[in-house]
Design a protein around this ligand. Structure first.
Ligand code: ADP
Length: 460
């Protein structure tokens, strides 16, 4: 069953139900109010009779039937305690039965509905007590046939109106819901078109209000499409980058191999070039594997207490050799600091930052390393006096395969633009962050912040 039909049925049933309930309550209240009016009228008539009871000095008490208002249409009977009819109103001269046989025996004041063959009466029976003994029973009655007719008409009108209103509600909700749901059809159509045409650049247009439910749904759907498109573009770019990075070393290897084959001799220079490119390929494949594992959450980290100061000194020694006197490597400040982390991965990050600094800093430049505590965190700084990173490139350097403009032209000596994205991932997984501060010609500063080792970490 369609949502439109379901909602229409729900609205119609609700409207019909509420109207029916209101109708029943109205009818019951009206009938109670009218019957209580009738009861008051009967009570007034009986009171009038009681006030007319006379005590004759010799003959005992006597009851007189007073003149009643003919417009009130009240019938009266007065019975003695032996069940003899003493007196009755003129309209009842031929009617010798009690108006309410049960009320006659009741011995108390009682209001009842009494049905004769064609008539519906409301009766009041009251036993009058004189000198401690029941004296007479007065019965007053009035016809309720007019009330029955009125209530029947009212019920018919209410049923008719309820049916009509329910029909109107059904029509209104069928069209209203249809209109409200129409944009969803557009959503479905667009979603199908996107799937069929493989075109993630499409968006769903919406002419209604942006903050209504459908507007929000379309907004969310468009956001999802935006994300999907970004991911798709990123994936395509990633594939293009990987193919590009693979092609360059492969072309060099193939070129050198062809050359040696044509020359029919083994050329040392070509062999060295082939080895360099094979090494580069190995590094690239290693980095790619690491990054894919990291992004799919399959790279396990072996968390243990790590002495960052010892690690920094080790790296400094190793990197001195790499710097080879071309640039100066100085440790300016070092605190004893322990963090909870994967030693090998943290070393990889530090090596990446320092080797970048060495790689990009020209002859006679300087690199400063420092390790300290700031705001309850470990802070490791790698600063160089190199060319700096242009402002346009700075926001992107943690992206995969991103290399600043200048580094791109030096593709052979430069890396693949994967190191910093791997480093960023590792530090984030350690609960820390990497910040970079650089401007062209002013050198570059990388800061790593890591949470200090807590006693609970070292115990676990
Ligand atoms: P790569 O392997 O190309 O060095 P990274 O991810 O480590 O890749 O670095 C990304 C880019 O950031 C580099 O290509 C380079 O342009 C820039 N970069 C990183 N470190 C420095 C630095 N110390 N000085 C200047 N540029 C840097």
């Amino acid at each position: 069953m369609s949502l439109r039909l379901r909602l229409t049925i729900i609205y119609s049933v609700l409207t019909g139900g509420i109207l029916l309930l209101l109708g029943v309550v109205t009818t019951v209240l009206i009938s109670i109010a009218l019957i209580s009016q009738m009861d008051e009228m009967l009570a007034r008539a009986v009171d009038k009779i009681i006030t007319n009871i006379r005590i004759e000095p010799l003959g005992g008490p006597t009851v007189f039937l007073p003149q009643l208002n003919p417009a009130e249409n009240i019938y009266i009977q007065i019975w003695d305690t032996q069940g003899n009819l003493i007196s009755a109103s003129p309209g009842l001269s031929s009617f010798k039965e009690p108006l309410d046989p049960a009320g006659l025996q009741a011995g108390e004041t009682i209001y009842r509905d009494v049905y004769f063959s064609q008539a519906h009466l409301r009766t009041l029976s009251m036993t009058v007590v004189l000198g401690g003994h029941p004296f007479v029973v007065i019965q007053a009655a009035t016809s309720l046939s007019w009330l029955d007719v009125t209530l029947r008409n009212l019920v018919n009108i209410l049923i008719g109106m309820t049916l009509f209103a329910t029909l109107l509600a059904a029509l209104a909700s069928w069209f209203g819901v249809g209109q409200a749901l129409a944009p969803l059809k557009t959503v479905t159509d667009t979603a199908l078109q996107i799937t069929r045409a493989d075109d993630l650049s499409r968006r769903i247009p919406y002419r209604g209000q942006d903050n209504d439910e459908v507007g929000q749904l379309i907004y969310a759907f468009n956001e999802t499409l935006e994300q999907l498109e970004k991911l798709f573009v990123a994936q395509q770019r990633f594939l293009a980058d990987v193919s590009h990075e693979l092609r360059t070393p492969l072309t060099v290897i193939k070129g050198n191999a062809d050359l040696m084959r044509r020359m029919k001799s083994v050329d040392e220079e070509s062999l060295a070039s082939i080895k360099d490119e094979a090494d580069r390929l190995t590094r690239l494949v290693g980095d790619l594997l690491l990054l894919t594992q990291a992004e799919s959450g399959k790279l396990p980290l072996d968390f243990k207490p790590v002495e960052l100061d010892t690690l920094l000194l080790d790296i400094s020694k190793e990197m001195h050799i790499l710097a080879g006197g071309r640039v100066q490597l100085k440790v300016t400040e070092i605190d004893q600091i322990q963090v909870n982390g994967d030693r090998d991965r943290l070393k990889q990050v530090m090596l990446n930052l320092v080797s970048n600094a060495i790689k990009y800093t020209p002859q006679d430049g300087e690199i400063f390393l420092s390790l300290g505590k700031v705001g309850g965190q470990a802070r490791l700084i790698v600063r160089d006096t190199g060319p700096g990173i242009p402002a346009d490139d700075l926001p992107h350097i943690f992206e995969r395969f991103y290399r600043a403009q200048k580094s791109r032209t030096r593709s052979k000596s430069g890396g693949f633009g994967l190191g910093l994205s791997i480093a960023n991932w590792i530090i984030t997984r350690h609960g820390g962050r990497i910040e970079v501060d650089s401007s062209e010609g002013q050198g570059t500063t990388f800061c790593i912040y890591l949470p200090l080792l807590k006693t609970s970490d070292s115990l676990s």
